[in-house]
Write a protein that binds this ligand. Structure first.
Ligand SMILES: Cc1cc2nc3c(=O)[nH]c(=O)nc-3n(C[C@H](O)[C@H](O)[C@H](O)COP(=O)(O)OP(=O)(O)OC[C@H]3O[C@@H](n4cnc5c(N)ncnc54)[C@H](O)[C@@H]3O)c2cc1C
Length: 397
């Protein structure tokens, strides 16, 4: 991406200081655009669980800011072997984590909070505005004015809604209701590493009856656990103690070391989430407002692609604003580059989520299904290559 030229827009307001909003702000500021991030949280605090970062997302982040991926990798962790077990502890297989040599440096897991922290540190502190919850915006031919709950308003040339799956910007821009529940609940936590469960370089996939869990080390003496189970309706447990009670109950027939791990996890740190997706849109950008990341293509975590596709969005949006002669053309090209790809990745993620709840025999059969070609298309996304814009050849995976 070139670093200097007369920008197409001068001032940009980005709603949300998640991975998408922050990466976009870094990319736009490098072009000389006065991009500011408005975040509803009052402070940045150690939240979130582990996120796996993949070559497609990391190549985009590296193109946005060379050196950034190295910083992330230093705080992240790379799994070398993967083991599949049953919920009673029987090992089905162990394998070296399959990875193309060119992907090795670009595949690792990191704590969401560390990811956010590193991205924040790439921006001048005065361009991040905490305690700014977007409640409304109005646009006309010349500008867009955003209103915040704290009474402030901000005028900009472009507004980017990077405010996550429950996006307020999307609600105002599109008004298509709440995210759609995908049919399973998920619980996640970061805990101190437990050597009795997994080797320091091992990722563990555990399958039970209609239950699944993934464990992996995160480095610095920490590890991540993530447990899921299908439920016809989503729910919100009324307290942290109830959340923990629920996980223990749903996994009560699992092996003892897992139950001990859950029992010893601080209830306050367990994140309970209904797995949701956003229905695809035919158009993301209207006038001076566009969407990015989970706000537009929130997807189930089965494919480990939410944050990664968000970095692709950030790269492509900045690239379009840089290369096209006017805002309308830039935004319609951004939509065109992103819509088909993200729909296909949403479908893949949902499919992977469903596969994780099949029994092991069914899963083995399913794994005969060849995802290799699709995953090459997914992971090979490279800002240096025009071929990245090649659409996937089929409608669904
Ligand atoms: C169980 C689970 C596991 C996951 N694992 C992975 C994984 O392995 N790999 C991966 O790539 N992705 C994973 N993801 C998805 C990933 O976390 C998200 O896709 C990613 O964080 C999206 O980034 P974002 O910036 O679009 O939105 P978010 O991260 O949701 O950030 C949105 C930001 O906007 C702020 N905000 C919201 N509303 C407002 C408002 N009105 N005004 C101002 N600010 C606002 C929020 O506080 C937040 O800081 C997982 C998700 C889940 C649920």
């Amino acid at each position: 991406m070139r670093e200097t030229s007369k920008p197409l827009v001068n001032k940009v307001a980005i709603i949300g200081a998640g991975p998408g909003g922050l990466a976009t702000a870094i990319a736009l500021r490098k072009q000389g655009i006065d991009a500011h991030v408005y975040e509803k949280a009052r402070e940045f605090s150690p939240v979130g669980a582990g996120v796996s970062l993949k070559p497609n997302g990391m190549r985009c982040l590296d193109a946005i800011q060379p050196g950034l991926v190295d910083k992330l990798r230093r705080l992240g962790f790379q799994v070398q072997i993967t083991t599949l077990k049953t919920s009673t502890g029987e090992t089905i297989w162990t394998t070296k984590t399959p990875m193309m040599p060119k992907d090795q440096e670009l595949t690792f897991a990191i704590w969401w909070w560390h990811l956010q922290h590193i991205l924040v540190s790439e921006l001048p502190s005065e361009v991040i505005h905490l305690n700014h919850s977007c409640i409304n915006f109005e646009q006309n031919e010349n500008s867009v004015t955003t209103q915040f709950e704290n009474g402030k308003t901000v005028e900009a040339d472009l507004l980017i809604g990077a405010d996550g799956i429950n996006s307020r910007v999307r609600e105002i821009l599109i008004g298509d209701g709440q995210p759609r529940y995908s049919g399973s609940m998920c619980w996640r936590a970061i805990i101190d590493y437990r050597g009795e469960l997994l080797l320091p370089n091992e990722g563990l996939i555990i399958r039970g009856e209609q239950t699944a869990m993934i464990l992996y080390p995160l480095g610095e003496g920490k590890m991540n656990w993530s447990a899921g189970k299908p439920f016809p309706e989503s729910f919100v447990s009324p307290s942290a103690a109830e959340v923990k009670y629920r996980v223990l109950k749903e996994f009560s027939n699992w092996m003892k070391p897992i139950l001990e791990m859950i029992a010893e996890t601080d209830a306050e740190t367990i994140l309970e989430s209904p797995i949701c997706r956003r229905l695809p849109l035919k158009q993301w950008s209207y006038g001076r407002v566009t969407l990015l990341g989970d706000a537009v293509h929130g997807m189930s975590p089965g494919g480990g692609q939410g944050a990664n596709t968000t970095f692709e969005d950030a790269y492509e949006l900045a690239e379009c604003l840089y290369n096209f002669p006017d805002l309308q053309t830039a935004l319609s090209n951004y939509d065109q580059r992103r819509i088909q790809r993200t729909v296909v990745i949403q479908n893949y993620s949902e499919k992977m989520e469903k596969i994780s709840y099949q029994n092991i025999e069914e899963q083995n059969q399913q794994s005969q299904e060849n995802f290799a070609e699709f995953e090459r298309w997914l992971y090979d996304y490279d800002p240096n290559l025009e071929s990245r814009l090649r659409p996937w050849k089929e409608k669904v995976v």
